[in-house]
Ligand binder design. Structure first.
Ligand SMILES: *Cc1c(COP(=O)(O)O)cnc(C)c1O
Length: 388
């Protein structure tokens, strides 16, 4: 059954690029110095750390001094939300605005802040998954401290109008954070042109290792540390730096910067082929914005079948995919993102996400389409609700 192995879940994580691994290797072996020490071995780590900071900054048009490395994308989101709101609390700025389809690293952090006494507005999104500017403008209050709206959604791939949101926040004097974990390295990101004050990224979504991330904090924005200790990262994130992984993140940023346009064109072409093929099957829809979407993200709802069954049967065929349907999370409700864009429980049950990466080829897409059609036919033949 498994004629091929096709990894099509690049929004969940990506394989490490061989160039990234090569760059990391010395720091996992011979170059083990602590970057805070004075002797040459430690200085070698320090130099590598600062070069990675420069590379990470370049890909978002930030200054290197505005990049703070963290242990993951989730930690960057936590630092932005908790760290900024706590720094403004004494001034009576206790209101946060976010959207209802954020990643849980933002959503659950916002809920935790509510329990602490902060107030949170969860903006709705339109059918394509975008925040409406008018809704945001209407939600801003005198006590609003922070707006946190994701750059691109991890389930449906929709890219928000970030420059417009940034301009509005700047005009209103409200700090703007964006979770750009899915966007950075995949679409152009420019913190200056887009008026972004804080931005989260993660290594493992751009072919660097898991367990490393970063938060861009615009110079002058005060964020209280969430991890105190040795004072690394200018006191904003203590803990001896994970040099190897940070070096990997820096190298991945360099590679993405040098290849961004080419990779976007390549992935758009592959996605077009996949999306067209899936939509030729009866009773299938594309979820997310038709054009303002991540180049490699293809998300669908396939009527009358269950996402979990689909994913398991695709796995038997050597294809890695994912679903926002109910059981995958152990809960009865489909994902908050699918409900957030207004899909019914029934439609959401058949959700399927295929996210392509640079390792994927046209033959991979042909194989996915061939097997998906077979699997869907089999599942629909067993489905009590299927009507052709
Ligand atoms: C993956 C992801 C995160 C979490 O990043 P980790 O490094 O896995 O903690 C946060 N936000 C979005 C949009 C993501 O896709």
């Amino acid at each position: 059954m498994k004629d091929r192995f096709v990894y099509a879940d690049n929004a969940a994580t990506t394989p490490i690029d061989s160039r990234v691994l090569e760059k990391m290797m010395p720091f996992l072996t011979t170059e083990y110095g602590n970057a805070s020490t004075l002797y040459a071995l430690g200085q070698s780590s320090h130099l590598a750390l600062e070069e990675a900071r420069r590379q990470v900054a370049l890909l978002m048009n930030a200054d290197p001094g505005e990049i703070y490395f963290t242990g993951c994308g989730s930690e960057a989101d936590n630092l932005a939300l908790r760290g900024y709101l706590h720094s403004r609390q004494a001034k009576g700025k206790t209101h946060l605005i976010t959207s209802c389809i954020e990643h849980h690293a933002v959503l659950y952090t916002a809920q935790a802040l509510e329990k602490e006494g902060f107030s949170v507005t969860y903006l709705p999104v339109d059918r394509d998954g975008k925040v409406r500017l008018a809704d945001l403008e209407a939600a801003i209050r005198p006590d609003t401290a922070l707006v946190s709206i994701m750059f691109a959604n991890n389930e449906i791939g929709t890219v928000n109008d970030i420059a417009a949101i940034g301009a509005l926040c700047r005009e209103k004097g409200v700090i703007f954070h964006t979770d750009a974990v899915q966007a950075y390295g995949h679409v152009p990101v420019d913190v200056k042109a887009m008026n972004i004050d804080m931005l989260s990224i993660s290594g493992h979504k751009i072919n660097a290792p898991k367990g490393v991330g970063a938060l861009y904090i615009r110079k002058g924005v005060l964020v209280e540390p969430q991890i105190t200790g040795g004072g690394q990262e200018k006191g904003r994130r203590s803990g001896t730096e994970n040099i190897a992984s940070i070096v990997g993140l820096g190298e991945a940023a360099r590679i993405k910067r040098e290849n961004l346009e080419r990779e976007m064109t390549y992935l758009r072409g592959l996605s077009r082929k996949l999306i067209d093929g899936v939509l030729q099957m009866p009773q299938t829809i594309l979820t997310g914005h038709p054009t303002d979407r991540l180049p490699g993200t293809c998300s669908f709802c396939i009527n009358a079948i269950e996402g979990e069954s689909l994913v398991l049967r695709l796995d038997m065929n050597g294809i890695c995919a994912s679903t926002g349907s109910a059981c995958s999370t152990g809960s009865l409700d489909p994902s908050h993102v699918l409900l957030g864009i207004g899909l019914s429980h029934e439609i959401s049950h058949g959700s399927l996400r295929l996210t392509l990466g640079m390792q994927n080829t046209g033959e991979d897409v042909d194989y996915i389409l061939e097997r998906l059609k077979d699997v869907v036919d089999v599942l629909r033949a067993m489905s009590p609700i299927w009507k052709a």
